[in-house]
Ligand binder design. Structure first.
Ligand code: ADP
Ligand code: MG
Length: 398
C-alpha cells in the first residue's frame, strides 16, 4: 500500500527525520489559511497524489502570497495529475500540502528497499538527488552508494557514517545524516515498509538536513498489525478495479489488454498471462480467485472482470488440487447465468473431478468454449476474441 507524501513525512518525523513545517489542505481557501498559520513568506504548494514526478508535471508550485497559493490550488484541486509514474489516466488531486520553502544547497537521493538477492534491506543513496533514481543510475552510476543492513544487528553507526562520508557531506552534517538514516531504517522495519524514499533529501543553506519529499510503501500482508498505517489508505488513488477486488478478498491487478483471466493460484495466473501473450493476445488482468472457489466467489470474479470495458473475451483456467472441478464448473455456470457476460468465454479445467466438471459445462447449454490444455485455452481465447471482432460466436448469458 502506498501513502501520501505528507503522511510519510509525518511518520518519518516521528522517527527523527527532519522535515520542513507544512500543513494539509482540502481547498484553495484552506491552503491560503494554512500558509498564514505556518508563517514565513515563501511556500510550496504540492499536489498529494500517489506518484512521483509531480514537480515536472506542474504539481509543485513555489508561491509568494495568498493569491499565488489560491491560484496554484485552483489549478490542482479536482484535476488529474499526469506524471511519468501515473500512466496516461493520471491521479485525482483532492488534497494539497503547503510547506515552507527552504533554501536548498544540495539535493541527495536516499532510498531504502528490499534487495531480493541479498534478502536484506538495502540503503541506496546518491549525491545526485532530485533526479529519478533510474536516471541517476543511467547517467551517473558512480554517484550511487549502496549499503546492506544485517538484520540481526540493524543499521550500525559506522555504516551510516560511511554512507554520509561517501556522499561527501561535510563533517558538521554527518551526525544529522546518521540520525536521518537511523530514522528511515527504524520506520522501515518497525512498520513493515517495503520502500522508503526521500528524493530530495536536502542540505539547506543554513546547514540542516531536511526531507523535502517522502514516499513510503507498506507490505499489504502486514497491515493488520499496523492499524495506524492501514487507515492511511486513500482509495481515490487506487485503480478502482483493484480496490473493488481488494474489498472482495480477490487478488487482482488491472492490465491494458482485452482478455480477462479468472484463475486459481498466483503462479498459474502468471503462467496463464504468459501463455495468452504467447498465443498473440494481451491479458486484461491478473486475477487469483484462490483456493476454495465457491460458485459465489467465481461469480464475484466474473463481475469484476466484466466491469472492465476493455474485456473482449474471458479465459477461465482452473487447476483443481484441493478444489474440485465439478464445483468450479457449477460456479462458472451459475456465474454465467447471473452475470451479464456478452463476450466469448473459454474454460479449461484440470485436476480433481475433471470429467464431472466437463459434464456440467456441457449440460448447461451455455455456449462455453472448452479447452483441454493451457495452450489450447489461450489460443481459443485469442481466436474467439479475434473472431468475435468479426461478429461470430458470442455468449449471451443473462
Ligand atoms: P516529485 O518528486 O513528485 O517531483 P518533490 O517533492 O520531490 O516532488 O518536489 C519536486 C522539487 O520541488 C524538489 O526536487 C525540490 O527541488 C522542490 N521542492 C519540493 N519541496 C520543496 C520545499 N519545501 N522547498 C523548496 N523546494 C522544494
Ligand atoms: Mg521527489
Amino acid at each position: 500500500m502506498d501513502i501520501h507524501e505528507y503522511q510519510a513525512k509525518e511518520i518519518l518525523a516521528k522517527f527523527g527525520v527532519e522535515t520542513p513545517p507544512g500543513a494539509l489542505a482540502y481547498s484553495p481557501e484552506q491552503a491560503a489559511y494554512r500558509a498564514r498559520e505556518l508563517g514565513g513568506e515563501l511556500w510550496v504548494v504540492k499536489a498529494q497524489v500517489h506518484a512521483g514526478g509531480r514537480g515536472k508535471a506542474g504539481g509543485v508550485t513555489l508561491c509568494r502570497s495568498d493569491h499565488e497559493i489560491q491560484d496554484a490550488c485552483e489549478g490542482l484541486f479536482g484535476k488529474k495529475l499526469v506524471t511519468h509514474q501515473t500512466g496516461p489516466a493520471g491521479k485525482g488531486i483532492y488534497r494539497v500540502y503547503v510547506e515552507a520553502a527552504v533554501p536548498i544547497a544540495r539535493e541527495i537521493y536516499l532510498g531504502l528497499v528490499l534487495d531480493r538477492s541479498s534478502q536484506r534491506v538495502m540503503i541506496v543513496a546518491s549525491s545526485e538527488g532530485g533526479m529519478e533514481i533510474e536516471d541517476i543510475s543511467a547517467q551517473r552510476p558512480d554517484s550511487i552508494v549502496r549499503s546492506i543492513v544485517e538484520p540481526a544487528v540493524g543499521l550500525q553507526d559506522f555504516q551510516a557514517r560511511e554512507i554520509a562520508f561517501k556522499l561527501g557531506l561535510e563533517p558538521g552534517l554527518v551526525q544529522n545524516m546518521v540520525r536521518t538514516l537511523h530514522g528511515c531504517y527504524r520506520a522501515f522495519t518497525e512498520l513493515d515498509a517495503t520502500m522508503v524514499e526521500i528524493n530530495p533529501l536536502v542540505v539547506t543553506r543554513d546547514n540542516r538536513v531536511l526531507a523535502l519529499d517522502a514516499k513510503m510503501t507498506f507490505d499489504d500482508n502486514a497491515l493488520f498489525r499496523h492499524p495506524q498505517v492501514a487507515e492511511l489508505r486513500d482509495k481515490s488513488q487506487e485503480d478502482p478495479r483493484e480496490s473493488r477486488a481488494a474489498d472482495r478478498g480477490l487478488s487482482y491487478v488491472g492490465l491494458d489488454g482485452n482478455i480477462g483471466c479468472i484463475v486459481n493460484g498466483a503462479g498459474l495466473a502468471m503462467a496463464t498471462m504468459d501463455t495468452i501473450k504467447l498465443a498473440g493476445g494481451e491479458p486484461a488482468n491478473f486475477l487469483d480467485i484462490g483456493g476454495g472457489a465457491t460458485p459465489e466467489r467465481v461469480a464475484k470474479a466474473f463481475r469484476l472482470v466484466m466491469s472492465d470495458d476493455n474485456v473482449q473475451a474471458v479465459l477461465v483456467n482452473i487447476f483443481a488440487g484441493i478444489n474440485r472441478c465439478d464445483w468450479v464448473a457449477e460456479g462458472v455456470v451459475q456465474a454465467l447465468r447471473e452475470v451479464q457476460v456478452e463476450v466469448p468465454v473459454v474454460v479449461r479445467l484440470a485436476g480433481t473431478n475433471v470429467e464431472a466438471g466437463q459434464k456440467i459445462l456441457a449440460k448447461s447449454g451455455l455456449p462455453i468454449i472448452r479447452a483441454g490444455t493451457l495452450m489450447e485455452a489461450a489460443e481459443r481465447a485469442v481466436g474467439a476474441w479475434s473472431s468475435d471482432l468479426n461478429q461470430n460466436t458470442r455468449v449471451r448469458a443473462v
